[in-house]
Write a protein that binds this ligand. Sequence first.
Ligand SMILES: *Cc1c(COP(=O)(O)O)cnc(C)c1O
Length: 432
Amino acid sequence: MTDRNQLLFDRAKTVIPGGVNSPVRAFRAVGGTPRFVQRAQGAYFWDANGQRYIDYIGSWGPMILGHGHPAVVEAVQKALLDGFSFGAPTEREVELAQAIIDLVPSLEMVRLVSSGTEAGMSAIRLARGATGRKTIIKFEGCYHGHADSLLVKAGSGLATFGNPTSAGVPPEVVQHTLVLEYNNVEQIEAAFAEHGADIACVMIEPIAGNMNFVRASVPFVKRIRELCTQHGALFVFDEVMTGFRVGLGSAQGVYARLIPGFEPDMTVMGKVIGGGMPLAAFGGKRAVMEQLAPLGPVYQAGTLSGNPVATACGLATLKEIQKPGFFEALSAKTRSLVDGLKAAATAEGVPFSTDSEGGMFGFFLMPELPQNYATVMKTDGSKFNTLFHGLLDRGIYIAPALYEAGFVSAAHTDEDIATTVAAAREVFKQLA
Ligand SMILES: *Cc1c(COP(=O)(O)O)cnc(C)c1O
């Protein structure tokens, strides 16, 4: 049988660099031929050969309801007929901004944009503009989109500034970005002791999903909150992945339950709020947000921002996840998946640790959950690749790289979970 995935990939490579429009799709980390998706419905997608897969990526998080949810499809179809884009304000933008603010108490205002990268980049510009400071702090292993100043890895020592991780980013562009170790309280204290008066913001993935799945510890989040308040820096939660994915209150809701009164100063959202369409947002307190043009001196704009079809898709998605019991059911389902995988690995003698929150999960082929990027990177890559391909061969699609989180949708059935666990157990036999 001709492999249409391979034919398409060969053709793609002649017209698109690497054959893909975002690098992780190319399967470089795991080898093999990327699956070209033909269509998707519910918890499944079908590739160019007509092969069905249980989908645990869900477009890297947005498809929390599963693919093609009828209420979302209807809202999008209806919006489409009224026009694709106007470059003038619409009612749905106001409704979506209101819906986001109503669900996340730390937000008083939001601005809508089209991608998580754009939202993160704009949040940093605003944090710098609002504080009049230059320095930003990020953590190793956290991804905040591909803006120049964020494509940076730690320098040679603590409190030295970072080095670019991409060609095309001059060192001067990252000279105000400090990269620290995730969950390291002493380092953040030292950084504030040395640079406190220059720090505009600390940006974090509160539950990091771009180094598989690593939670910021409660003492770590609490200490950053104290230091930011004390030094007048803004604490920015990048919830592009976790926003409305780990719970209705997002990750900040999870931390507010553990740290009474906790709130970040600014929040970056994406993925779920667009329901699969290009839509993202950044927001915070009124006084900070009013520094944005046209009210204030911080410039930010977008031709397609708040797109009328994307806002319809996002609104319909947010409406569904607010139905009673939605997150309880999603969390239980996700929990049953990771518990099942853990039991299967244990039965076959494979070291395994796992964690989940709401509809987001991660697992590691190591006995204990890592607390930072360096430890995540100790995962055995060849074992992960065996697991990835073993599952793929059995019709189960997980992220094609070990440093990515996984996602369960409301459309996954108990049977899908059972099928996945049974397939994983077969593959674990090979790994033991
Ligand atoms: C996906 C992601 C981004 C970037 O969003 P894009 O829409 O891909 O630009 C930023 N931050 C986090 C935490 C993400 O998961």
